[in-house]
Ligand binder design. Structure first.
Ligand code: SAM
Length: 277
């Protein structure tokens, strides 16, 4: 836990800001700035390759989620547009709404995406999250999505339930079930705790060590009990019943990820697709 804490909170941000300073200065001297990618210092959504991850998920949205260019899409936890940017080329006759709790993420997306693609809208929700928005005033467990019932053909959350606690996730699943259309689909990513992932975490120290239970929040495990929202894993049986209790049928198979050092995987996190029945 301790080396992970140092990496996430000290080494990685330092490397990002020093690296980004040199990369961005060099790019502006050479006049080769890519305006479709936010500056690295704005990127609070993880250390992966920004563009490659966006295109990787666009493929999953189409292939696993059945996304079409005329769909109305909801991106919950839209961050700084990592998923929205590749969608701008795909959603030709559709519409996109993103909800995000970090103001600078919403503002960057409004300025750089909505200005060119007015059918892409970004909404700020002032919700508390210990890692992302510690000054937030609303609770995710009580938040009502600002949309009519049955509005969306396709909803996704990439690397968002992996930063939320039990009661917040339960409310979000209820809200999703309300705003998705009949037969509409949801694609969400998780760290699912089951027999296999627990064995692999124990066997491989390099696996993401999501193994510390949280007494106050049943069914979840974290890498860091002091700041659980750093990375949260959910008991797979809990996730399955939360979906089925809300009329969301899992479209099997679950595509398990490499986070716990699986040999056979699709992406880094586990991917679940559901259909509203
Ligand atoms: C790892 S980032 C992923 C961002 C984006 N989904 C992506 O894949 O690029 C996690 C995101 O979830 C957002 N988030 C955390 N709690 C949230 C909540 N209750 N509602 C909406 N977004 C939330 C964070 O602000 C952050 O942007």
């Amino acid at each position: 836990m301790f080396p992970y804490f140092i990496h996430r909170n000290i080494t990685a941000p330092l490397r990002r800001s020093v690296g980004s300073f040199f990369i961005e200065t060099g790019m502006s001297i050479l006049n080769i700035k890519d305006s479709t990618v936010p500056p690295v210092r704005y990127d609070f959504v993880g250390g992966s390759d920004f563009k490659a991850t966006g295109f990787e998920f666009l493929r999953y949205f189409i292939e696993f989620g059945g996304l079409r260019p005329d769909h109305h899409v909801l991106d919950i936890g839209s961050g700084i547009g990592r998923m929205a940017i590749p969608l701008t080329n795909f959603l030709k006759n559709g519409q996109y709404d993103g909800i995000e709790i970090v103001p600078r993420g919403v503002h960057w997306c409004q300025e750089h995406i909505t200005s060119k693609f007015p059918h892409f809208r970004f909404h700020l929700a002032d919700i508390y999250n210990k890692s992302y928005n510690p000054k937030g005033t609303c609770r995710a467990s009580e938040y009502c999505f600002p949309f009519e019932d049955h509005s969306f053909d396709f909803i996704f959350l990439t690397s968002v339930f992996t930063h939320m606690i039990t009661e917040d996730v339960v409310n979000y699943i209820t809200q999703i079930s309300r705003v998705v259309k009949k037969s509409g689909r949801l694609l969400s990513t998780w760290f699912l705790i089951n027999g296999e992932s627990q064995t692999l975490i124990g066997r491989h120290p390099e696996a993401l060590q999501i193994r510390f239970p949280l007494a106050a929040h049943p069914k979840i495990y974290t890498v860091n009990v002091r700041n659980p929202e750093d990375a949260i894993g959910f008991d797979e049986t809990f996730v399955r019943s939360a979906f089925s209790n809300n009329g969301l049928k899992i479209v099997e198979p679950i595509r398990y990820g490499s986070w716990c050092r699986r040999d056979d995987y699709t992406s880094y996190q586990d991917i679940i697709v559901c259909e509203k029945s």
